[in-house]
Design a binder for this molecule. Structure first.
Ligand code: GLU
Length: 304
């Protein structure tokens, strides 16, 4: 398969969509990003790498970080996490409070903000220095020690975190948050502000593609069964209230973030990350969604 030609063709074709989406502006520092950027990076399990466009430009990974924090918690406490977080699509926007009240403070899944906050809360209980531990984990996954937090984005998000604070306090009132809410929001805002490129992310998701085994270090990060479950959650819940549509269009597990990145993979085969900051009305990268649909269609491969 000539992946380089495939991704270059997609890169050329989709630039025409610039201007149709809107950069996230509810976090002021994110609104400053140049919207007209588009990168694609592909890594195969047999060690081939391909890239197009702005694949090496770092951006704020935002909710893509929820996959990393869930992996960190799962490897320590396993199924225990499912007593506190559900595994069903929410059908609601990523930061919705409504369902939480009805469902007694147990978030629908770990990829909406409420669920990710519970996961980060458990992570704080497990690691004495959670912010250092998150960076170390992500660096190990992509085999790059130059991964850092974007302090400006973290500060900006922290200063505008009223809704996430509300989610955390509501869940605390139901006994589902164990740590101090300020500490929790600080760690959460930092994990969302990790700065990575498409190249870094496509490498970082190879362990999921490889049944939980990090191909760079040889470490079994998750069991095969845990990796399968994480992938299933990405497929069913990775795109908020557009998760069904992404599965329908691209047919692969993926996770988006409001920074405009989407990490996706085909198990046993390849990992692909696309990034373009303009979002559609559900908060997912408009060009990114399109790019992944084109990719699996053009190569004639998906999980189905
Ligand atoms: N940091 C964002 C928030 O909590 C994450 C949302 C996203 O990327 O979808 O609002």
């Amino acid at each position: 398969m000539d992946y380089q030609t495939v991704i270059e063709k997609i890169y050329g074709k989709l630039q025409g969509l610039w201007g149709q989406g809107k950069v996230a502006d509810y976090i002021p520092a994110l609104a400053k990003v140049n919207p007209r950027q588009f990168g694609i990076s592909l890594a195969t399990l047999d060690g081939q790498y391909y890239r197009a466009g702005d694949a090496e430009t770092c951006f704020s990974i935002q909710s893509i970080s929820k996959v990393f924090s869930l992996a960190m918690v799962t490897r320590h406490i396993g199924d225990e996490i499912w007593q506190s977080v559900g595994r069903e699509p929410s059908g609601n926007p990523f930061n919705s409070l409504v369902q939480l009240e009805y469902e007694h403070g147990k978030p629908r899944n770990p990829f909406i903000n409420a669920g990710a906050l519970v996961v980060t809360d458990r992570l704080i209980s497990l690691y004495p220095h959670p912010k250092d531990a998150i960076l170390e984990f992500v660096r190990g996954l992509c085999n790059n020690d130059d991964i850092y937090y974007d302090k400006e984005i973290a500060r900006s998000e922290r200063a505008n975190a009223d809704r996430n604070m509300a989610l955390a306090y509501l869940m605390k009132s139901f006994g589902n948050i164990r740590n101090d809410v300020d500490t929790l929001i600080d760690v959460y805002c930092h994990q969302c502000a990790i700065s990575m490129s498409c190249v870094d992310l496509s490498r970082a998701f190879l362990f999921l593609c490889n049944r939980g085994l990090n191909p760079f270090s040889g470490e079994q990060v998750l069991t095969g069964s845990q990796a399968k479950r994480l992938g299933a959650l990405m497929l069913t819940c990775g795109f908020y209230d557009e998760s069904g549509d992404f599965a329908f269009r691209a047919g692969v597990p993926g996770k988006s973030g409001v920074g405009g990145g989407i990490a996706a993979y085909i198990p046993g085969n390849l990992s692909i990350t696309v990034w373009s900051p303009e979002l559609n009305r559900h908060g997912n990268s408009l060009i990114g969604m399109e790019a992944l649909e084109c990719f699996t269609t053009d190569i004639g491969n998906s999980i189905f």
